[in-house]
Design a protein around this ligand. Structure first.
Ligand code: HEM
Length: 206
C-alpha cells in the first residue's frame, strides 16, 4: 500500500514537470507568435496541421489528455487531503504551498472551459479552425481576457513553483541553500513567462 502511494505520487510529480511542463512551453511559444501579427500565429497553427491526423490525435491523447487527467484527478485527491505540515516551513514556502493549491483549483475550472470551448466545441464539433482572427474576436470580451490571463498566470506559477517542490520531492535539492537558489530561479522563470503572456495577450487588444 505504502509503495503504491509512493509510486503514484512520483508519477504525478514527473507527469506535472516533464509532460505538462512541455505542453505549457509549447503553448506559450506558439501563442507568442501573435506578437508578430496574424500571419505569424496562423502560420504556426497551420504548421501543426501538417502533422498527419492520426499522429496528431495520438499526441493529443497520450501527450496531453491522459497525463493531464491523471495529474488533475490525483492532484485534486492530494489537495483534498488535510496537509497542514506547511506551517512548519518559512513564510514564503508556506504562501507558495497555499498558492500551489489555489492555482490547482483554478486550473481545474479554467482548463475544462478552455479545452471544452476551443478544442472540443469550436475545433472538434463545429469544425472551425483556430486562428488569430477567431481569438481576436474571442478576446473582445474583457471578462474573457481577464479570466484567460489569470488562467495562464495560474498555470505558470503552478508549474514554476512545481519545479522547486519537484527538486525537493526527488532529493535533487537537499539543503535550504540549494532549495532557495532553485526557488529564486524558478520564480524568475515565472516572471519571464508571465511577461511573455501579457505581451501576446496584449497584442490582441491593440
Ligand atoms: C488541472 C488541474 C491541476 C491540478 C488539480 C493539479 C494539482 C497539483 C497538486 C495538488 C500538486 C502538489 C502535489 C504535492 O504536494 O505533492 C501539484 C504539483 C505539480 N503540478 Fe499540478 N495540478 C494541475 C495542473 C497542472 C499543470 C497544467 C501543470 C503544468 C503546467 C502542473 C504541474 C505541476 C508540477 C510541476 C508539480 C510539482 C510536482 C512535485 O512537487 O513533485 N500541474 N499539482
Amino acid at each position: 500500500m505504502f509503495h503504491t502511494t509512493f509510486y503514484i505520487r512520483r508519477l504525478h510529480s514527473i507527469c506535472g514537470l516533464a509532460v505538462l511542463g512541455m505542453v505549457l512551453f509549447e503553448h506559450i511559444f506558439t501563442n507568442s507568435m501573435a506578437i508578430f501579427g496574424p500571419a505569424a500565429l496562423n502560420g504556426a497553427l497551420e504548421m501543426m496541421e501538417l502533422i498527419p491526423k492520426p499522429i496528431f490525435l495520438g499526441l493529443e491523447l497520450g501527450g496531453i489528455a491522459i497525463p493531464l487527467l491523471f495529474h488533475a484527478i490525483y492532484g485534486v485527491y492530494i489537495a483534498l487531503q488535510a496537509n497542514n505540515n506547511a506551517s512548519n516551513y518559512g513564510y514564503c514556502r508556506n504562501r507558495n504551498f497555499t498558492l500551489q493549491r489555489w492555482t490547482a483549483w483554478y486550473l481545474v475550472i479554467f482548463l475544462i472551459w478552455h479545452v471544452g470551448y476551443l478544442r472540443l466545441y469550436t475545433k472538434g464539433i463545429t469544425g472551425t479552425p483556430i486562428s488569430y482572427e477567431l481569438l481576436q474576436n474571442y478576446f473582445q470580451n474583457p471578462v474573457v481576457v481577464v479570466l484567460y490571463v489569470l488562467g495562464m498566470f495560474a498555470a505558470i506559477f503552478h508549474f514554476c513553483n512545481g519545479i522547486t517542490t519537484f527538486c525537493m520531492t526527488w532529493g535533487i535539492t537537499k539543503g535550504p541553500r540549494s532549495q532557495n537558489v532553485v526557488s529564486v530561479l524558478s520564480m524568475g522563470l515565472c516572471a519571464i513567462l508571465c511577461l511573455i503572456t501579457l505581451t501576446f495577450m496584449g497584442s490582441y487588444l491593440i
